[in-house]
Ligand binder design. Structure first.
Ligand code: GLN
Length: 408
């Protein structure tokens, strides 16, 4: 038996009526191409050097504590919405040491579901619909979506290859449009650029001059190669007040699936970030906050070990590409490399990456998903993989010219 509502629905569909449209916001960005490439990699059973995450185990100290959480009754329930107190204390102690400033765990930290939520909460906290947000291009694709979901409008400023410097004049032009915020990824994904202190001072001067907030993405803060040094922009004079420092434990402790990130900001800003965070997700996974504490308490040797590990992987991968005569960037930090694929003659880099996955068995991310400019000749690999995986990928890449001959 049909109810009146069913009948109306039936009539509408027969007569071709349509339901109301979904939100306009969702029309202005696609799903993540990075994460789409991971699904394509699985589909073709290829070696996944697209979405950046390790295929090796997190440190033993974390896994041990994770096992112990099974018997801790309280951690299986919500933590305090803005983060487990013991976790925040350990994080404040570690970040105070690295950032060179005293961070109060009670008033300046919000623990989030990955830096993805840290940044979304930060942009929502700072920007109103119609506000402008400066983003360097190339950029990690979440920033565009974060801005659009907040109703704000991105202003893109190019990082100019091959060294990905910015032109201070062009940057100041963007600041003249009175943006509410600037998003800064340092070390940068996908370029591997580590901003120098001098560059950060230029950005800081402009942020202060034009009264703009800076929202950072510093998830690669501990993956910086010699002789480069990472400077936290929040540590520059006058910047702590206007910086929302976002990061995560994903890359530092090889736990991208645990989804633990955070925002560090002055108390007045943190109060608002916490409100946004509370209604977005309530809290990050409690047992996993507990399990990562031993990592936060680790000494400097842990971070030295991490740099050594990734320096070794970078060297293996870049030498492999060099031996194959494939041109690439030389990352100063993070674990990505952009490879020039002009020689293959593809007009569309997404198509190139699909063919590479299918025909050669190695997955990469099309460069166009990072650039505002019409760039189609670059693809991004990551090298956060076991040495054997990297060698296997290089081995497959040996046949790239045979399997993907030049297209006219
Ligand atoms: N930062 C990683 C990358 O660029 C992905 C992180 C994610 O998918 N959340 O590949």
């Amino acid at each position: 038996m049909f109810s009146a509502i069913d009948k109306i629905a039936e009539e509408q569909s027969v007569r071709g009526y349509y339901m109301q449209k979904l939100s306009k916001k969702t029309e202005h960005f696609t799903d993540s191409v990075i994460r789409r490439m991971t699904r394509i990699a699985y589909q073709y059973d290829s070696i996944n050097l697209s979405q950046g995450f390790p295929d090796f185990a997190p440190p033993e100290m974390l896994l041990k504590r994770l096992g112990e959480t099974a018997d801790m009754l309280d951690v299986h329930q919500y933590s305090i919405t803005f983060g487990d107190p013991e976790f925040r204390r350990a994080l404040a102690e570690k970040q105070s040491r690295f950032m060179g400033m005293d961070i109060d765990p009670d008033t300046e930290i919000t623990v989030t579901c990955g830096s993805t939520e840290a940044m979304m909460s930060s942009v929502l906290t700072v920007a109103d619909p119609g506000d402008k947000v400066i983003i360097f291009s190339p950029f990690y694709e979440n920033y565009g979506a974060d801005t659009i979901l907040s109703g704000a409008e991105p202003i893109y400023v190019p990082l100019v290859p091959p060294d990905f410097h910015f032109d201070p004049e062009v940057l100041e032009d963007a600041f003249r449009q009175h943006p509410k915020a600037m998003i800064l990824c340092n070390p940068s994904n996908p370029t591997g650029k580590v901003f120098t202190r001098e560059e950060l001072e230029i950005i800081a001067d402009l942020a202060i001059k034009y009264d703009t907030y800076v929202i950072t993405d510093e998830v690669y803060e501990h993956i910086v190669y010699e002789p480069y040094k990472h400077t936290y922009i929040a540590s520059l004079p006058g910047m702590r007040e206007r910086t929302l420092s976002c990061s995560s434990l994903s890359k530092t402790y090889s736990i991208t699936g645990w989804r633990i990130g955070y925002v560090i900001a002055p108390p007045e800003i943190t109060e608002c970030v916490r409100k946004v965070h509370d209604f977005l997700t309530v809290g990050a996974p409690h047992p996993l906050q507990e399990a990562v504490i031993p990592g936060l308490l680790a000494g400097p040797e842990y971070y030295k070990g991490l740099v050594d590990l990734y320096t070794h992987k970078r060297d293996i991968f870049l030498k492999g590409l060099d031996d194959l005569g494939l041109n690439h960037t030389d990352p100063q930090g993070a674990y990505y490399v952009l490879m020039d694929v002009s020689e293959f003659g593809y007009e569309n880099d997404l198509e190139f990456c699909e063919d590479l996955t299918r025909l050669v068995g190695v997955a990469a991310v099309p460069g166009s998903s990072f650039f505002r400019e019409p760039v189609n000749h670059l693809i991004r690999f990551h090298f956060a993989k076991q040495d054997s995986t990297l060698y296997a990928a290089l081995n497959r890449l040996e046949s790239i010219r045979k399997k993907m001959p030049y297209r006219k």
